[in-house]
Write a protein that binds this ligand. Structure first.
Ligand SMILES: Cc1cc2nc3c(=O)[nH]c(=O)nc-3n(C[C@H](O)[C@H](O)[C@H](O)COP(=O)(O)O)c2cc1C
Length: 193
């Protein structure tokens, strides 16, 4: 059963600075959302991608309704999710609007293939996911876009690009996994690892 949205009566005491401060602690995997067809394409860098369900395969992403990708996603009913590798920082910056590039110009400098739905997918991404829009829930400044996964291109690459405390960080499975295991499993409990 869906919960009906309502106007909350509680007085808001949280400042946007406090809220942003809280969200800075949340480490986010960096993806580029792609939208449109042919020359009428654009895209944007996001950290708000999350899995919704496995059966059926669906994901959600939260997109600002003023972003240039939003009307294209709505019009075409499709979008791509390109999960970035650590060495794709330049792509992340271009699609976040650095350098003032817009639309198709953001795609220069990287290789793309066209998905079944028509959206561009990034060659060399950790994973590239082709989604059909199932529903868009518009709330406040953003739209929560629910995507039904139509196709997945997985790579065997294993160094991801993340965003934490206002900066990009690399998460490398080979370099970081051993260190993380050291932290999570006390040495005296480790047997045969
Ligand atoms: C690391 C990072 C994560 C971002 N995550 C989101 C997000 O989840 N949703 C969103 O609407 N904008 C997000 N943005 C902002 C958009 O990338 C940026 O506003 C985008 O360039 C807007 O596109 P436009 O210039 O085509 O309108 C993020 C930016 C950065 C740098």
């Amino acid at each position: 059963m869906n919960v009906v949205p309502r106007d909350l009566m509680t007085e808001i005491a949280v400042t946007s600075a406090d809220f942003r401060g809280a969200m800075r602690h949340l480490t986010g995997g960096v993806s580029v959302i792609t939208a449109g067809r042919g020359k009428d394409i654009t895209g944007m860098t996001v950290t708000s991608v999350a899995s919704l369900s496995v059966e059926p395969p669906t994901l959600i992403v939260s997109i600002n309704r003023d972003a240039s990708s939003f009307p294209l996603i709505r019009r075409h009913g499709a979008f791509g999710v390109n999960i970035l590798a650590a060495d794709q920082l330049d792509v992340a910056e271009r699609f976040a609007g650095k350098g003032g590039l817009k639309g198709v110009d953001r795609f220069a400098g990287a290789r793309w293939v066209t998905a079944v739905s028509g959206v561009p997918l990034l060659v060399g991404a950790l994973s590239a996911v082709d989604c059909e829009v199932e529903e868009i829930v518009e709330r406040h400044s953003h739209g929560i876009v629910i995507g039904r996964v139509r196709d997945v291109r997985n790579s065997t690459r294993n160094a991801a690009l993340a965003y934490w405390h206002g900066q990009y960080v690399a998460v490398d499975q080979d370099e970081d996994a051993a260190r993380l295991a050291d932290v999570s499993v006390p040495t005296h409990l480790r047997r045969g690892i």
